[in-house]
Design a protein. Structure first.
Lengths: 530, 136
């Protein structure tokens, strides 16, 4: 056995695996058929034999108007779900006219200041036939906008399909202005989950999202460890509140992870995650309905692996990553644009991203049978090893009183910092090879790629103008009243969603609602240091 | 008794934008600190906060990391804020997603060094050492 043959998560890998390595494996107990507990081989019986994964691209840029055009294009290309990337202004809970946001409106996403922007963004799109993912910041404001928009178009909230990010692991991984702390985020996140469980049962109110955390440098085991700890803490919070039965509470939980370079470790990561989630739900919380214990996951190729040098190499990297997601049995996949390390995707990059999944689906043959890797000595052994190490992380977080507390204490950010320094160090020494960057790097730039250039100045002006007009036309007394009610409910510890929806319906702005969050909870500073 | 240490070069490392891709900033900050510089890790800051911190800490260098395509706008704002704060003499470095076609533009605007993704950390540290050799 070669020395130091470690997986990216630090699991020692043998040169060859044999029946010895999986002799304690119990098929029924550890694997079972797809759709059967513990769901290691897949959450649904027919998996891709019945229905391929949903192709979703996280997108949005400039203005809701232009994003609407983009979504119409994506729909024509065969995309089966929308996935909304709000711009940094929106992610930071600011309106387009916020002086702090001037350089950011329409950058790297679409701005939503009010319900009107949501209405424009989805005008003419068949939202009754599709589902939408909203990278919604904590507090459910974008979700409220979407639900109200749908209702105004005649689709009852109870029928609307989609997913909210609504996840504190994801949001705390970024260093955003105007953000409340993890414990306040936990409160808001659980409010949305509770509300949807009662009023919007087809909406996935939480996407436990380890993507950003992973791209901060942590490995696959740490990623799943944090994701699982995250799921646990939402349930613990609801257990304390006791407002919604736990089976109803967790039924629509879904996950969002990265898919990184190591194909087998990434596929095994998803297989292990399904088994762990099943155990958490059934063994730890005693929830009987196996449907509640299904780890359903959207995966996205890891932006941090995409290189600025020789960008076409990223097409291949992304294809491998998507393949890992498919081999791991993901329900929904976003293939990044190959030009992610350079710009927002060009039309060509966007097309390639959708084609990447389609090539795997229609031409590669990997969907011919369910969980094609299952039973491999290596795969089953690696899945077991990952599971073991993930439980260790779950215990470590638990010992700190849960994930929100671990974030508050800076433990999670220290994990990121150590991972970044370690990972980058290995890139510098060549221990982690990156083709075209630290090995086989060319002296000259071999080719150039087209660059997509958004026009942010135009976006800002247009958004500000719209907002000004709207603020004049809306019933401002009513807005004030709605915001006062929201503040009152927030302080009383009531579920904030009914008041949030009312405020949004009356065209209160995102900035106005988020300012209330800060007013009540204070702004949280990112605990990162070097 | 050791010889009196040479003045340590002080660097403020910050992100003037709102996006949360701070991984590059952390890596480069660590590399510079390990390279013997005194590094103030500023994380995300407004241009005004950057300028004020640069004055208060009397830094020699301000290093900026930007991962969104509004880097020219943001760089301009930082330069303006530094000027207003009376700290125009500071050396400016910029790193992140920067298009090759803008390298010269940024240098003309006042960047001493421009570092796109994938620049070896040693190259950045050596560059800063070379440029500050006279100051130390």
């Amino acid at each position: 056995m070669a020395q130091d043959n470690l997986s990216p998560s630090g699991i020692p890998i043998k040169d060859i695996y044999t029946p010895e390595d999986i002799k304690s494996l119990d098929y029924k107990k550890d694997l079972n058929a797809s759709g059967e507990p513990p769901f290691t081989r897949g959450p649904y019986p027919s998996m891709y034999r019945g229905q391929a994964w949903t192709a979703r691209r996280l997108s949005g840029f400039n203005t809701p108007e232009e994003t609407n055009e983009l979504y119409k294009e994506e729909y024509k290309l065969g995309q089966t779900g929308f996935s909304v990337a709000p711009d940094m202004t929106t992610c930071s809970g600011m309106d387009a006219d916020d002086p702090r946001a001037a350089a950011e409106v329409g950058h790297a996403g679409v701005p939503f200041s009010t319900l009107q922007d949501m209405e424009i963004c989805f005008a003419g799109l068949p939202i009754d036939k599709m589902s939408t993912y909203l990278a919604d910041r904590i507090g459910g404001v974008l979700t409220s906008m979407y639900l109200v928009m749908a209702e105004k178009r005649g689709i009852p909230m109870a029928q609307v399909r989609g997913t909210s990010a609504n996840d504190l692991l994801a949001w705390s991984a970024l260093n955003l202005l105007n953000q409340v702390g993890p414990e306040a985020e936990l409160r808001y996140a659980v409010d949305l989950i509770e509300w949807c469980a009662e009023h919007a049962p087809k909406w996935n109110s939480l996407s436990i999202d380890s993507y950003n955390a992973r791209d901060n440098g942590i490995n696959a085991v740490q990623e799943i460890g944090l994701a699982m700890s995250n799921g646990i803490q939402y349930i613990e919070e609801e257990k304390k509140r006791g407002r919604v039965p736990l089976d109803k509470f967790v039924r629509r939980f879904s996950f969002n992870t990265a898919v990184h370079n190591d194909i087998f470790e990434e596929a095994c990561k998803l297989r292990a995650a399904r088994r762990i989630w099943y155990k958490i739900i059934t063994e730890r919380y005693g929830i009987k309905d196996p449907n509640c214990a299904k780890f359903r996951v959207h995966v996205q190729s890891s932006g941090s692996t995409h290189t600025y040098q020789e960008p076409y190499n990223n097409i291949i990297r992304i294809a491998f990553q998507v393949l890992a997601g498919v081999l791991g049995g993901a329900q929904s996949i976003h293939a990044n644009g190959y030009d992610e390390a350079i710009c927002l995707p060009t039309d060509q990059a966007m097309l390639l991203s959708i084609r990447t999944g389609q090539l795997i689906q229609y031409e590669s043959g990997v969907t011919r049978t369910i969980d094609p890797l299952g039973g491999s000595y290596y795969i089953e052994s690696l899945t077991n090893e990952i599971e073991k190490k993930v439980w260790e992380i779950i215990d470590e977080v638990e010992a700190q009183g849960g994930l929100a507390k671990a974030i508050l204490k800076g433990w999670v950010h220290r994990l990121y910092r150590d991972a970044i320094v370690n990972y980058e160090g290995k890139i510098q020494t060549g221990e982690i090879p990156v083709v075209g960057v630290n090995i086989h790097r060319l002296d000259k730039v071999p080719y150039e790629v087209p660059i997509f250039k958004p026009d942010p100045k135009r976006s800002t002006a247009r958004q500000i103008e719209k907002l000004k007009k709207l603020k004049k036309e809306r019933d401002n007394a009513k807005v004030k009243q709605c915001l006062a009610k929201l503040e009152e409910d927030t302080r009383k510890g009531l579920n904030v969603m009914p008041a949030t929806i009312e405020a949004v319906r009356n065209y209160a702005t995102l900035g106005e609602i988020c300012a209330l969050q800060i007013k009540v909870y204070g702004e949280w500073k990112h605990p990162m240091s070097i | 008794m050791a010889k009196k240490a040479a003045k340590k070069i002080k660097i403020l490392m910050a992100k003037p934008g709102m996006e949360g891709h701070w991984r590059g900033l952390v890596s480069v900050s660590n590399a510079l600190r390990d390279g013997g510089f005194e590094v103030i890790y500023g994380s995300n800051m407004t241009p005004e906060e950057i300028a004020n911190t640069a004055v208060q800490e009397d830094v020699d260098i301000v290093g900026l990391s930007i991962m969104s395509s509004n880097y020219v706008m943001l760089f301009e704002s930082v330069i303006k804020a530094l000027k207003k704060a009376g700290k125009s003499d500071v050396m400016l470095l910029i790193g992140g997603i920067i298009w090759a076609e803008d390298f010269d533009k940024l240098k003309k605007m006042g960047a001493t060094g421009v570092f796109p993704p994938g620049t070896p950390l040693k190259e950045i540290v050596d560059f800063v050492k070379e440029k500050t050799a006279a100051l130390a």
